[in-house]
Ligand binder design. Structure first.
Ligand SMILES: Nc1nc2c(ncn2[C@@H]2O[C@H](COP(=O)(O)OP(=O)(O)OP(=O)(O)O)[C@@H](O)[C@H]2O)c(=O)[nH]1
Ligand SMILES: [Mg+2]
Length: 363
């Protein structure tokens, strides 16, 4: 079981950006950070990237091994670099109550160092959650294989791994999108997921979801899903919920077996009891009748939209495996997904992200 604290006032959240992709994500989180309880750590073998990353602390791992020149797409080097810097990483990990990480799988640093960092956190009894990208197919099989191996290793140690396959960006945004723009979209989604988790854990809710609740849900076995939906009108809440549960950027997950769900409603103003009940009932109908459903509500005046919904469900089962993303869909389904993306800004209805195998109970 996690080491728990009783209230979220003094909660310290470590946000780690690991490798190039993770550091890119940190840059956008840093610029829009609202909570002082979130401490941002950039972790990389690449000195130049670290110098251009905005964070509270830059951690150059494996300085002796790589001399600050990166891991050269070799996860073994990424792992050895993290091992070399074990004491420094442990100090950071022990200063956090919960750790959220952004990383890109498919290179050397993120793929090699992330499972090791997850292992260290797990050994210290700290909950650790990853949001990880998977490489574009066009980057080749070499990177794709590296990513898949890294993902499997990561799942062994992390409490949850939420994957964002870069290929899904092409499916939704079309082939003509520029590479930098596609990365920008992806980073914004990574950011959005991490920000929602930070908001949920940091802001004292009218109905509060605290780390104990979070730990209970994350202790469930099986696949897990995480989705965020946003809207401005209370009457649009069900559409936002639908957006969170059916985002075209990710593969479908069957929630009907899920036994643990957190629904977090963040709003600028109060929501009616009717809307609150409608949201919880709608989610409850989609999961196991025996599911533990925890619903929190927080008033956050600084929200960009009036309402934001976060749904985390564990013990779900995937309908597709990652390798088959998109291939299993019928052409009509692809078309409807595309149509959806053209009518909505993906920043406004962010991700319903497939999240892999949380830690077994007791981890
Ligand atoms: N979505 C997104 N994906 C990225 C970004 N940068 C890199 N990636 C992906 O992440 C994978 C790993 O790339 P990096 O994060 O640059 O690699 P690294 O972990 O720094 O590893 P080395 O440079 O080899 O030490 C790539 O194959 C890309 O698919 C980014 O900004 N956004
Ligand atoms: Mg790099």
């Amino acid at each position: 079981m996690f080491q728990l604290i009783q209230q979220n006032d003094g909660l310290s959240i470590g946000v780690f950006g690991i490798g190039g992709c993770g550091c890119n994500t940190l840059n956008s989180i840093f610029e829009q950070r609202e909570s002082e309880q979130a401490h941002l750590y950039s972790v990389n073998t690449d000195k130049v990237v670290l110098e251009h990353t905005q964070s509270d602390e830059a951690v150059l791992i494996g300085a002796e091994l790589t001399h600050g020149y990166g891991a050269g797409a070799d996860p073994k080097v990424g792992l050895q670099a993290a091992e070399e810097s074990k004491e420094q990483l442990l100090t950071l990990i022990n200063g956090c109550d919960i750790i959220l990480c952004a990383t890109g799988l498919g290179g050397g640093t993120g793929t090699g160092a992330s499972p090791y960092i997850a292992q260290l956190a797990s050994e210290q009894g700290k909950p650790i959650i990853f949001v990880a990208t998977l490489p574009f197919s066009s980057e080749g099989e070499f990177r794709s294989n590296i990513a898949q191996t890294g993902l499997n290793e990561l799942k062994e140690h992390a409490n949850a791994v939420i994957t964002l396959p870069n290929d899904q960006l092409i499916e939704v945004l079309g082939n003509d999108i520029g590479l930098f723009d596609a990365f920008k979209h992806s980073n914004q989604i990574l950011h959005s997921l991490i920000k929602s988790l930070i908001d949920m854990l940091c802001f004292q809710g009218l109905i509060n979801v605290d780390l104990n609740d979070f730990a209970k849900i994350m202790d469930c076995q099986g696949d897990a899903v995480l989705g965020v939906g946003k809207c401005n009108e209370e009457s649009e809440l069900t559409t936002a919920l639908d957006g969170a549960l059916n985002n075209p950027l990710v593969n479908q997950v069957d929630m009907s077996s899920s036994t643990g769900v957190i629904i977090q409603v963040n709003c600028k103003d109060e929501i009616s009891l009717g809307s609150y009940n409608l949201i919880t009932d709608t989610v409850r109908q989609q999961v196991s009748p025996n599911a533990l459903v925890i619903c929190g509500v927080s008033k956050i005046e600084s929200l960009a939209t009036n309402y934001e919904l976060l749904v985390i469900a564990t013990d779900a089962s995937s309908k597709m495996v990652i390798d088959d993303l998109g291939k299993d869909k019928k052409p009509e389904e692809k078309k409807s997904n595309k149509a959806k993306s053209e009518s909505t800004d993906i920043f406004d209805i962010p991700a319903f992200i497939r999240n892999q195998a949380p830690a077994p109970c007791g981890k």
